[in-house]
Design a protein around this ligand. Sequence first.
Ligand code: SF4
Ligand code: SF4
Length: 332
Amino acid sequence: MKTVSSLLNEEWYERYKIISKLNIRSSIYDVTNQCNLRCKGCFFFSSDEHKAAIDETDISKWHTFVDKEMDRGVNLAILIGGEPTLYLDRVEAFYKRLPTFCATNGIKKIPRDRFPDLPIGISLWGDENDEKELRGKDTFAISSKNYEGDQRTYYLYTITPKQVGKTETIIKKIESIGLKVHMQLLSNDEGVEGFNWTNEELNDIRQEMDDMLDSYPKTVISSKYYHKVITTGEMLGRQFGWGECPSVTEPIDNRHPGPKRLIHFIRWASDLKTMHRCCTSETRDCSTCKDGAAHMSWIMVNKRAHITSTEDLQNWIEVFEMFAKLYHFISW
Ligand code: SF4
Ligand code: SF4
């Protein structure tokens, strides 16, 4: 029988041991239904998730809620929205109690004196032109000033089909302000013309993402296996989609038999009572889903399936390390 130790040399086994000690139990929280942008293709607004619940405004209820989440075993709170920076007291309710990550569009700066070591991910949807077309604003011009040199912040660069051949310019801009970058692909939930992926573009962007990782290894936080899985939707001969997705809210997951999944994962709405279907759009056709976190988690929860060859297991380790770096469980 193949075992982890039989497939890895000493160096890789040490790397494996570090991540295997991390017993991460994450859940996702909508901090608010509001946002200071309205991006075309935003999964939150396009699926009407902002109408699913009304924000809980009593801050004491947020504190009580976070305590209950910790009792449930959650040890990583991923804050999204809407835009979490609009309600920093709610962000603080998580941050003061447990490891917390905050996604933001970067327009409003999170004060470091109040949140000194909060890991932050800034959304970026392409170059100046794409950002203006899809988000109504060149957000990088603002967020880069707010976060230049910040050691715990990275850009979550959602690559659109129009970015093929142009990603290097953006990676260089990010490198020049001393931040890191992680890449994922646009799912185009609102069917904006010109932003649907063709197979050829997906092939091209996979190669380009690999090249960016090779050329900017200190700036790009990624792995070639992740690039392969996210661009093809395939892992070990299996196809990503509803039947395989690990990021479905556990109490409302009615799949039988269920696939390998994130244990105790819930995506909570901002009333602290309503649960959304999954980590992303409530209404997205899963066969079109390119969500980076869901693909990453898909690989991570399927460790056993990767204990088949040295290459497969090393691929799995690299993806786990990538996740652990993005959420600051290991340094980048
Ligand atoms: S900044 Fe984020 S939450 Fe706000 S509209 Fe854009 S994608 Fe949606
Ligand atoms: S939309 Fe994506 S993340 Fe949500 S259930 Fe479908 S495959 Fe999973």
